[in-house]
Design a binder for this molecule. Structure first.
Ligand code: CAO
Length: 432
């Protein structure tokens, strides 16, 4: 036998007119004894109002935002006669709700009442069951509690469930493939999951260690830095003639003067003239600051069979072009042999990425964080240049400067490139 009972707000102490912050049940729900029906919030704490018995919710009389006091009607409940309680269970404030919830969840349901058939409820309709403190905990961590699977009886969410959810999310974010799949936390569309074998034969190859590490760094830098790339073309006819002459003068064990060494030398002189390009963004007492470096350690991108690495030439401002060329060659050899140590690749303040030996007319280099700018160089080509009277063949070098728009702006970047171009066009200026 069953009967319909009106369930009212029980004795809630001195509180009156408390706002309902959540109604946890709806008509058709089956509730167990002591299961929370709604959550009230006082200025001191939130509290669950538990069901005084097991049964089926027939009608709900209140909604979120309503204000209730002792005796306010909450809902009507169809209960087995045996289950009709003599006394109501106490309201649980948020300090104790969690422990009580766990204890309750392990208790057997009471009575022999067989609830009548209720309409099937889809998963998305079901409100997650959790005590106010657990809800608040989830809110503090920025978690949508509806995504958390409860492990206690009736799907009730415990603190461990929230923690498990967070742990899983962190593990997923730490896995490169998953990071892409989850849109790098940017709420992007998931990465396309394509079965390529549907379209043709494929071969699966593991990424090298270097590719995995540089890929993760490049993705972070691309996503987190507001990159802008400025382009410039510079006439290096005289510089190349000088470089060729230097190399011709050298004996058997002579230094090979490379364009990269001249680029590094000119870049250092330009960084000295524009210190904000030789900096990093920092944070002090919660305020963003710019850390201007008074040393000039220049990285250069080196292509190796296992992927891209960036060895660093220390104190490039204190070295001549011959020494820069020698050190670049040594570091590039070490890079190709996989022998670079961490000390060879850390501490850079600016990077030069030269594809000039390979080709191309321009590209967008990705800033090597925490640096704020990078110079990309592609292949110099003889072009006809108008000298006022006639077209003359000149060797033109394309430059691309990517810079962090949080640190510098377009005018500064254009001036930086102009300065660099002027030095490369007439290297004597470096002595000025
Ligand atoms: N324009 C035209 N020719 C150029 C040039 C330029 N900008 N830069 C170099 N060259 C020519 C040189 O004259 C030389 O020619 P010769 O063999 O006829 O003398 C040849 O290219 C090789 O030059 P190099 O010995 O000076 O080597 P390099 O400075 O070009 O390269 C290094 C050294 C380490 C930068 C290079 O091996 C490398 O790894 N480059 C790739 C960097 C890279 O991958 N960047 C992209 C990063 S983003 O993915």
């Amino acid at each position: 036998m069953s009967e319909i009972r009106e369930i009212q707000v029980p004795d809630i102490g001195d509180f009156k007119d408390l706002p309902v912050i959540e109604v946890l049940v709806k008509p058709g729900d089956s509730v167990a004894f002591d299961e929370p029906l709604l959550t009230l919030e006082s200025d001191k704490a939130s509290m669950d109002v538990p069901s005084p018995g097991a049964g089926i919710v027939v009608a709900v009389a209140i909604k979120e935002g309503d204000r209730v006091s002792k005796g306010s009607l909450i809902l009507t409940l169809q209960m087995a006669v045996d289950d009709v309680p003599a006394a109501e269970p106490p309201v649980k404030s948020d300090a104790v709700a969690e422990t009580v919830a766990s204890a309750k969840d392990s208790a057997a349901p009471s009575g022999a009442f067989q609830p009548p058939a209720v309409p099937e409820v889809s998963v998305s309709d079901v409100k997650p069951r959790a005590s106010p403190s657990i809800r608040r905990y989830a809110r503090t961590l920025g978690i949508d509690i509806a995504r958390v699977k409860g492990s206690a009886k009736g799907g009730r969410i415990l603190r461990e469930d929230i923690e498990g959810y967070v742990k899983n999310a962190l593990v997923r974010l730490d896995t490169p493939g998953q990071r892409a799949e989850h849109g790098a936390g940017l709420n992007l569309l998931p990465w396309p999951d394509v079965d390529f074998t549907r379209f043709g034969t494929i071969e699966k190859v593991a990424l090298s260690r270097i590719k995995k590490i540089s890929g993760a760094n490049l993705s972070r830098n691309w996503v987190m830095i507001p990159h802008v790339t400025n382009h410039e073309e510079v006439d290096i006819t005289e510089l190349e003639a000088f470089r060729v002459q230097l190399n011709q003068e050298g004996g058997k064990d002579a230094i090979k003067y490379t364009m990269l060494a001249f680029l590094i030398k000119a870049a250092v002189a330009t960084l000295q003239a524009f210190p904000s390009f030789n900096s990093s963004l920092g944070n002090e007492d919660g305020e963003p600051i710019l850390i201007l470096k008074q040393y000039f350690h220049i990285g250069f991108a080196a292509d190796t069979p296992n992927g891209l690495v960036v060895p660093v030439i220390r104190d490039a401002d204190q070295k001549g072009i011959g020494q820069l060329a020698t050190e670049c060659a040594e570091l590039a050899r070490k890079a190709r042999d996989g022998k670079l140590g961490p000390a060879d690749m850390t501490g850079g303040t600016f990077t030069v990425s030269s594809l000039g030996g390979i080709g191309g007319t321009g590209f967008t280099p990705i800033i090597n964080a925490p640096e704020v700018a990078i110079l990309g160089v592609t292949r110099a080509q003889i072009r006809p240049v108008w000298d006022g009277n006639a077209f003359v063949p000149r060797l033109i070098l394309p430059l691309a400067l990517s810079w962090d728009h949080r640190v510098v702006d377009g005018a500064a970047a254009a001036r930086f490139l102009q300065h660099l171009a002027a030095l490369l066009a007439d290297f004597r200026r470096i002595a000025l």
